[in-house]
Design a protein around this ligand. Structure first.
Ligand SMILES: Cc1cc2nc3c(=O)[nH]c(=O)nc-3n(C[C@H](O)[C@H](O)[C@H](O)COP(=O)(O)OP(=O)(O)OC[C@H]3O[C@@H](n4cnc5c(N)ncnc54)[C@H](O)[C@@H]3O)c2cc1C
Ligand SMILES: NC(=O)c1ccc[n+]([C@@H]2O[C@H](COP(=O)([O-])OP(=O)(O)OC[C@H]3O[C@@H](n4cnc5c(N)ncnc54)[C@H](OP(=O)(O)O)[C@@H]3O)[C@@H](O)[C@H]2O)c1
Length: 457
């Protein structure tokens, strides 16, 4: 038998998910010096995961990561199998029959829950849904957000909350030239939103925004960023956090917030108001959201370990729309262990482990589904490289017989009537989206339904 990883017996690896971590895993495998065939298996006909369906449309620079993925996709021995859902169109056991190893890089697709009464009232949404809707994700195309509400509450103070705030705060003219989905632009054109309240359960020194994203919220053409100066008073522990050398992001955030607090009346049509030390305890309304009851919190614990504790005082904020932006969570893939508490596939050094912490032969994981929903696009590179290192180190323990890889998988899917989308197909869809955008001055007009994408082919 030829050696695994040689021309005669290439290492066949299926990577599930074509977001950043999937592409970086593919790159690490293809540039490993071994002969490896990599098939990127993706649920949607379009690749790039959250870079296409998460990164905000008014941040086109951040989507330039796609240029690097296009180069990876042109490497020899790379294949894209889009429009294939692992766990539905093909099982994990079937993948293992065709590949020596499988890397799960399927992201964190759902949201965390607040766990308060009224969370599911009409008008209470997750940021996950709103983001996917304005970015044209086919599964969120038909969501409806009632933008006739004048007051919106956003729970959470991370960069996703910043994205959602900005999209609500910007005028349609500021968004028109972006790749925002047409249905979202039409809905935002009719928006009556005037006040956006961004609510943090902890203090200004604990907000998770990065500096650039927070600063940008104070530079919007039609929306003033506001903070009550009293809300920026820090307890001794928070002050100690800011004095720690490595904590420069929080130091700058507090500085930016102090600048917002010092500004006078702006006369701008919209207001973005930051609240700290307030946590929702109840969302109320007869048939839909009418108000959120907020517990006033205090911080307890040592510097960097401070958590929010309710003081017993509450206040009520009247709002017609509420977004929960408190983090993403993974969803289980049938046949693969899942840690429901953390929303991740349990792993050690990228190797998927069972309940007894034993590695499952041939199964690996990378990206948000491995480490949880934190980190920017670039963070996933080192993560995927580390997983591939483990996979290659295990190669002697993997099955040594030749596997059919994409040839076998494509035949199985064809027999099931699954229309797979190859990278060339995606390039055809991509070209049509770009052409559709041109007359409108947009970088692209995305297809927002899978059948529209497939009709291009
Ligand atoms: C709203 C938002 C905005 C962001 N903006 C930025 C930003 O501006 N800059 C920045 O640096 N970072 C940003 N990030 C972070 C960045 O997007 C993530 O770090 C990164 O996308 C995580 O990569 P991933 O590959 O692990 O997951 P994902 O990007 O989510 O990719 C997972 C892929 O797996 C596919 N998939 C899932 N299940 C299956 C299945 N069963 N079968 C087949 N395929 C499957 C999905 O369709 C998806 O394409 C943002 C994140 C969010 C949520
Ligand atoms: N432009 C960019 O670079 C960009 C854009 C978007 C996203 N991203 C990245 O993507 C990742 C995910 O972003 P994210 O905003 O979803 O997550 P995040 O940064 O983890 O922020 C989540 C926010 O929700 C709060 N929260 C969590 N549980 C809560 C609860 N039960 N009640 C009230 N508040 C709660 C957190 O507060 P606590 O701190 O108290 O837990 C925090 O303020 C981050 O790494 C982010 O930087 C980057």
């Amino acid at each position: 038998m030829s050696e695994l990883g040689s021309e005669a017996n290439p290492l066949q690896v299926a990577v599930v998910g074509s977001g950043p971590s999937g592409f970086y895993a593919a790159e690490a495998l293809l540039k490993s010096g071994r002969t490896v065939n990599v098939d990127l298996v993706e649920r949607l006909p379009a690749p790039f995961g959250l870079v296409r369906y998460g990164v905000a449309p008014d941040h086109p620079k951040l989507k330039e990561a796609i240029l690097a993925y296009q180069i990876i996709a042109r490497l020899p021995r790379f294949a894209f199998l889009g429009n294939v859902t692992v766990g539905r169109d093909v099982t994990v056991d079937e993948l293992l029959a065709h590949y020596h190893a499988v890397v799960f890089a399927c992201g964190a697709e759902t949201d965390r829950h607040l766990g308060v009464p009224g969370e599911d009232l009409a008008g209470s949404h997750t940021a996950t849904e709103f983001v996917a809707w304005y970015n044209g994700h086919p599964e969120y195309r038909d969501r409806h957000f009632d933008l006739s509400a004048e007051v919106v509450a956003i729970v959470g103070q991370g960069n996703v909350a910043a994205d959602v705030s900005r999209i609500l705060a910007k005028s349609v003219d500021e968004l028109r030239g972006t790749d925002i989905a047409e249905h979202a632009l039409d809905a935002l054109a009719a928006s009556r939103v005037r006040e956006i309240h961004v609510i943090g359960r902890r203090g200004p020194a604990q907000a998770k925004f990065t500096n650039k994203e927070l600063k940008e919220l104070g530079e919007l053409a039609n929306c003033a960023a506001e903070v009550d100066p009293g809300a920026l008073e820090l307890n001794a522990e928070s002050q100690a956090e800011l004095e720690a050398k490595a904590n420069f992001v929080s130091v700058k955030n507090v500085e930016i917030l102090r600048d917002f607090a010092s500004r006078g009346q702006s006369g701008k049509a919209r207001r973005l108001i930051f609240h700290f030390l307030k946590g929702p305890v109840k969302i109320e309304g007869a048939a839909r959201v009418q108000q959120v009851v907020l517990a006033r919190n205090r911080l307890e614990g040592k510097p960097f370990w401070q958590s929010a504790t309710a003081t017993g005082d509450t206040e009520t904020l009247a709002c017609g729309l509420l977004f929960r932006s408190i983090g993403y969570s993974g969803v289980p893939v049938p046949g693969v262990p899942f840690d429901a508490k953390r929303g991740v596939i349990p792993s050690r050094d990228g190797r998927v482990v069972d309940a007894a912490e034993n590695p499952l032969p041939g199964l690996y994981t990378a990206g948000w589904i491995k480490r949880g929903p934190t980190g920017i696009i670039g963070t996933n590179r080192a993560d995927s490289v580390a997983t591939v290192k483990s996979l290659l180190a295990d190669s002697a323990a993997l099955p040594q017989q030749a596997r059919k890889g994409s040839e076998g998988l494509a035949a199985l899917l064809a027999a099931r009537g699954v229309r797979t989308v190859c990278y060339g197909d995606w390039e055809a869809i991509d070209a049509k989206e770009v052409a559709r955008g041109q007359p409108k001055g947009k970088p692209r007009e995305k297809f927002t339904r899978v059948d529209e994408m497939l009709r291009c082919l």
